[in-house]
Write a protein of this length. Sequence first.
Length: 284
Amino acid sequence: MDARTWLITGVSSGFGREMTERLLRRGDRVAGTVRRMEVMDDLRAEYGDRLWLARLDLTDGAAIGAVVDRAFADLGRIDVVVNNAGYGLFGAAEELTDEQIVHQIDTNLLGSIRVVRAALPHLRRQGGGRLIQLSTYGGQATNAGASAYHASKWGIEGFMESTAKDVAPFGIGVTIVEPGSARTRFRDGSSRLATPLSAYDDSPAALTRGIRDPALPSVGDVAKTAAAILGCADLDPAPVRVALGSDSYTHIHKALTGRLAELEAGRDLAFSTDADTDARAGAA
């Protein structure tokens, strides 16, 4: 397989770091974004100009376009764009501040949207490419105490699924990846917690207060998951969604099965609100 060039957001740790190391080892080029450049000094020293780096905060909308444009200009062609950067915000809806919610949506949803919008003109001009969006099983299923996080992930999944239909004629494939739990520092590193309210002490939302506990089990293997994410770029046609991890599959399957049952239970009500046949014919 010929060497590819990848643009990956958030390469300093977790899946982003693991993917970057794997790609560089096999001879690919990576354009990576970080918030602190020095955390990549070891890889820059080892791989030289095959690792292109830029400082980027996904809440800085103007900077996103400039960084993506510069990456394409410097590297000539980028084959795969991976929206990996993001974090989790946990707490009951009432416990969250407006500022916390805005930052979560700005980062996970609007930041990812801006990366895609900045990359699309380049991908169209070069005749195609791939977009891979990191989501979570929480983009299809929900847990108590994660309303803002789920809002960001359900939102980006809707955006990416619709965008996949927009860009298919240009040879651009889109895949949403939904990993389960894995030890990536997501829980005990990047995650942020709301200030607890005593009213929720005995509610299901209170379970998220212990999300940083290192004793919490993780099902997924980081290396295997990163390899599977990269492998999505080789699948033709590009699958719209890929669940990774038995916990992800189980949570999503349960959620979709339950939603389908609720939909079927409401079928008669749904059809009862249609206009009468004669009325529809008259309107036409």
